[in-house]
Write a protein that binds this ligand. Structure first.
Ligand code: ADP
Ligand code: MG
Ligand code: MG
Length: 255
């Protein structure tokens, strides 16, 4: 079992107005085999947490720690984080002009594992995963994300997840912009990888919709850069019914 541990994390972002504190003491422990949902209103710092775990240069860690099995993640480069087993699916996946999907996937897999995957298994694994995610075979020869629709980009993210087999997957708004069919296919991919029992998932979302397909073990409600409440899956049901008002309302309104 592996453990990703975030302790009292304070993060600020560089803006034209100077350094603005965003995360104000986030503590969270995720073990492989567990799915944690982070839910919260827009602007509460969910993507900041994801980007900080991924090592985005724009964010400054003012205090606190992130460790993976005791190793200091914050001192690792972005590449080292990926090799350590962290996978981040971004809210806005990027295009990589001039690089075909096939080349990209194989090059990335080789870099992650430190050796090239056996060609025989690899070709089969890619084909199987693409078919399961209902990604057309033609995509293998297309440039990474170039001209892909939103839904296609999301499927390709999950394709990477299934092929790279990370210890921890951080999925930031993987559900945004997906129709129900795509949402199901994408969720099935995450669940397939999850069922192998060797991955921990941090599922970041504003909406509860994806939680009908991916069942979280723990739900954390993020408000103003902090975890305001934690619970089990029932907390997601409650948020679906009530929204975030009770966490964000400045003054309680009496009926
Ligand atoms: P969420 O993902 O929960 O919607 P974010 O982490 O994206 O929240 O944003 C948290 C806060 O940080 C917001 O108040 C947002 O305005 C601010 N923020 C995020 N990115 C930037 C940026 N590039 N410049 C200035 N402020 C930013
Ligand atoms: Mg947002
Ligand atoms: Mg966000």
């Amino acid at each position: 079992m592996s453990t990703l541990e975030i302790k009292d994390l304070h993060v600020s972002i560089d803006t034209e107005q100077g350094n603005v504190p965003i995360l104000k003491g986030v503590t969270l422990t995720i073990n492989t085999g567990e799915t944690h949902a982070i839910m919260g209103p827009n602007g509460s710092g969910k993507s900041t947490l994801a980007s900080t775990i991924a090592g985005h240069p724009r964010y400054t860690v003012d205090s606190g720690s992130i460790t993976l099995d005791g190793e200091d993640v914050l001192s690792m480069s972005v590449d080292e984080r990926a090799r350590a087993g962290l996978f981040l699916a971004m809210q806005y996946p990027v295009e990589v002009p001039g690089v075909t999907m096939t080349n990209f996937l194989r090059t990335a897999k080789t870099a992650l594992d430190g050796e090239a995957p056996s060609l025989r298994h690899w070709t089969k694994d890619v084909k199987t995963a693409m078919a399961q995610l209902r990604i057309d075979a033609d995509f293998a020869q297309r440039n990474v994300n170039e001209g892909f629709s939103g839904g296609e980009k999301k499927r390709v993210e999950i394709l990477q997840l299934e092929l790279f087999r990370p210890k921890f997957a951080i999925l930031d708004e993987t559900d945004s912009g997906l129709d129900v069919d795509a949402l199901k296919v994408v969720s099935e991919g995450v669940n397939r990888e999850h069922s192998k029992g060797e991955m921990g998932t941090l599922l970041i979302t504003h909406y509860t919709r994806i939680l009908r397909y991916i069942k979280p073990d723990f739900v954390h409600v993020f408000v103003a850069g902090r975890i305001a409440e934690q619970g089990g899956p029932e907390l997601a049901d409650q948020l679906e019914a009530e929204g975030y008002d009770r966490f964000t309302a400045q003054t309680p309104v009496e009926a």
